[in-house]
Design a protein around this ligand. Structure first.
Ligand code: FES
Length: 111
C-alpha cells in the first residue's frame, strides 16, 4: 500500500500525485476517492493537473477525458485506458493499492 496522506489533504475537487512504480493521481470527486495512473496514455501529460468534472478528468494537454472508475477514455485523442487503483481510507489516512500491471500478471501466469 502506498501512503497518500490525510483525507483532509485531498479536498473535494482536488487531486494529489504519489509515486508507485509509476506516478499515480488520487482524486476526490464529490467525496469519492479514485486513483489512476497519472500519465495520460496519449502523450506525456499529468492527469493530476487536469480538470475534474464528475467522475472524469480531462487531460490538460489535448482534452481527452478519462473515467476515474474505469480508466477508459471517452474519446480521442487518447485510445488506451489508464490503470485504476484501489483506494483505502483507514483512520483518516488515505492509501492506494497499486494494480499489478496486466503484462506482469500474464508473465506470472495469473488470469
Ligand atoms: S496528452 Fe492527454 S490527450 Fe494528449
Amino acid at each position: 500500500m502506498i501512503y497518500v496522506g490525510e483525507l483532509s489533504d485531498i479536498p473535494v475537487g482536488e487531486s494529489v500525485r504519489v509515486q508507485g512504480s509509476v506516478a499515480i493521481a488520487v482524486f476526490n470527486a464529490d467525496g469519492e476517492l479514485y486513483a489512476i495512473d497519472d500519465t495520460c496514455t496519449h502523450q506525456d501529460a499529468s492527469l493530476s493537473d487536469g480538470w475534474l468534472e464528475g467522475c472524469a478528468v480531462e487531460c490538460p494537454l489535448h482534452a481527452a477525458c478519462f473515467d476515474l472508475r474505469t480508466g477508459q477514455p471517452s474519446g480521442p485523442p487518447a485510445k488506451k485506458p489508464v490503470r485504476t487503483h484501489r483506494v483505502a481510507v483507514e483512520d483518516g489516512l488515505v492509501y492506494v493499492e497499486e494494480t499489478v500491471r496486466v503484462e506482469a500478471r500474464a508473465l506470472a501466469g495469473v488470469e
